[in-house]
Design a binder for this molecule. Structure first.
Ligand code: NAP
Length: 310
């Protein structure tokens, strides 16, 4: 709605309606961040929360600052506390259900950042804490090793205050988190938010190889969205489409991709992003799509995705 995808397609009014539609369709978690926009996505979510706070569990993130040229991490305790107050104002609420550290600041020991976040819980401004591990482009290069590093970070912050939730990329074409992070969460009763669950739209099967993206759309620079890699990865979409067909007319590859995530454990919650009411409703309906052992086995046999940041 506010970040990473073509700006000319954004509409505040439509986005607000889309959030209402998601809540009306059974979604209860709204995941945002102060850096989305920056700030505009929290403002949109705030317009909805003002009217129906009780219908939503709201999670937001701090720790990344959007500058003219670069995005930089800021994990200084004073900054984190100011960022929380600003998010509360934009979200038009007096408490954030889940407050997540978007990225650790390499200049600040993570225990210090996490300690400040714990003080926000003590102050009643935040109910629970989460850590994001989704890599920026540079982090992606390390692949699964990035998740091992995240587990080490998690063990460190757990000494300070309990982690309630971990957020990282997880989808049919990016399953690395299943190796370490998702089991780590399961064994400790920690929730897992699956970011980019539709592979930035690719897994929905609605994109065409070579269609091109506007320069401000992150997919214009994403190695999996070149015409060549989108063509090479079509067998993944074809597999999701085969499974969808078995479940009847109207079931979509996007819904299968989300149902696959829901099948990874009761603690795994996908957070699909869309600015369209129709897709918000479609994505919510995936919660009622139980995949069989045969479906899951077929998806497990799909070829690994091609195209990486390396
Ligand atoms: N912690 C982190 O660092 C981090 C990083 C990335 C993402 N996230 C979280 O993950 C969420 C989702 O990420 P995302 O939106 O980038 O990726 P995504 O959910 O994998 O994909 C979004 C894309 O899929 C399209 N789409 C959505 N539903 C569809 C459907 N049913 N059929 C066809 N296309 C559909 C959207 O189109 P339209 O936009 O045209 O509707 C959009 O282009 C974010 O909102 C955020 O909460 C977190």
């Amino acid at each position: 709605m506010s970040w990473a995808y073509t700006a000319s397609q954004r509409s505040g009014e439509h986005s607000v309606r889309t959030v209402h539609t998601a809540l009306d369709s059974g979604a209860s978690l709204l995941d945002t961040a102060d850096m989305y926009g920056p700030f505009t996505n929290e403002l949109l979510v705030g317009r909805v929360l003002k009217e129906r706070r009780a219908d939503a569990f709201v999670s937001t993130k701090c720790g990344l600052l959007v500058g003219e040229q670069h995005i930089v991490a800021n994990g200084r305790p004073g900054y984190v506390k100011r960022a929380c107050d600003a998010s509360l104002r934009r979200l038009q609420t007096d408490v954030i259900d889940l407050y997540q550290l978007h990225r650790a600041d390499p200049e600040v020991p993570i225990e210090e950042t996490w300690g400040a976040m714990a003080e926000l819980v003590a102050a009643g401004k935040v109910r629970a804490l989460g850590l994001c591990a989704v890599g920026a482009r540079a982090q992606r290069r390390t692949g699964a090793r990035m998740h091992d590093a995240t587990v080490r970070q998690l063990e460190r912050v757990q000494q300070v205050f309990p982690v309630s939730c971990v957020q990282a990329e997880l989808s049919v074409w990016s399953p690395d988190a299943l190796e370490a992070l998702v089991p780590w969460c399961a064994s400790r009763g920690v929730g897992f938010l699956a970011a980019m669950p539709l592979g930035n739209g690719f897994l929905s099967g609605t994109l065409t190889p070579g269609q091109g993206f506007e320069p401000d759309d992150m997919r214009a620079r994403h190695p999996r969205f070149t015409a060549e890699m989108m063509a090479a990865n079509q067998p993944i979409v074809a597999g999701l489409r085969r499974v969808a067909r078995r479940h009847g007319d109207g079931v979509t590859p996007a819904q299968v991709a989300l149902a696959w995530l829901l099948a990874q454990g009761p603690h795994v919650v996908p957070v699909p992003g869309t600015k369209r009411e129709r897709w918000a409703a479609e994505n919510c309906a995936a919660a009622d799509l139980p995949l069989s052992h045969e479906d899951l086995a077929e998806i497990a046999e799909l070829p690994p995705a091609r195209g990486s940041w390396d």
